[in-house]
Design a protein around this ligand. Sequence first.
Ligand code: HEC
Ligand code: HEC
Length: 225
Amino acid sequence: MRLLRNLAPALSAFLALFASSQPASSAPPAEANSCLACHGAQGEGLAAAGYPRLAGLSAEYISEQLNAYIDGRRVNPIMRPMAMPLTATQIQGIATFFSALPAPSNVAAALTDATQSALGQQLAERGEWSAGIPACFNCHAPGGVGLPPAFPPIVGQPAMYIESQIQAWKNGTRQGDPKNLANALMHNVAFRMSDTQTKAVAAWLAAQPIPTPNTSPSTTVKTNP
Ligand code: HEC
Ligand code: HEC
């Protein structure tokens, strides 16, 4: 707006007309405002509380998860009341908004425990075949950046959140998975993992940089101040 005020009136009138036909795509839909308190103003999540990032997750995945909280495939006392009142159209708007935000760049500090770090890296990159655990990156893509729409990114998520989700699959409070695969994929991985392995891989993943390009769109418009 500061730029507009400095321009000749005729030009600014033209630009204002242009701007009004092109609403800023970064403005959240009204029903997304209540989400930002926990999931961050940029959808980056809140690591200290274990709240996941939504920025850069695929729209299909986000809407699938909101429906899972509604129909009980994901049991969570915080998210269920958030998801319940949303209409299908609102879910779509919210999912589109968060998926278009760039993945966050803040990551947790590198692990100081070398043994834990090595175990975490091994599980992520190579798995533990003696226990029947495939490498996380086999499904979540090299670097853990995810493979939209069905495989979410696992880097850029808080360690506490990754850990809690693996526990949720183990104890049956998370049962979503691509429908045609009958809940097999992540559940089969999770129930083979020990607590030590779960903690190590969660901590290691949370400390990994998010490689570019990631799932965020390449069409971000840059404006010079
Ligand atoms: C009071 C805090 C809080 C608010 C407000 C909140 N969330 Fe959440 N959200 C959470 C927590 C905690 C989880 C993890 C729950 C779990 O373990 O399943 C979560 C998980 C999610 C997930 C799953 C993410 C993933 O990676 O699978 C989605 C999607 C989501 N929230 C969307 C929303 C939307 C949309 C809103 C607003 C309508 C919202 N949340 C409001 C705390 C919150
Ligand atoms: C065989 C394929 C496969 C492998 C291997 C795999 N995952 Fe997954 N993972 C999935 C699928 C599919 C989902 C999405 C499930 C859904 O839609 O609810 C998922 C979801 C997740 C989520 C939830 C992310 C979110 O945003 O809520 C976490 C955390 C996760 N996986 C961690 C891991 C870890 C850690 C490993 C390695 C130890 C691993 N996964 C290995 C298929 C896999």
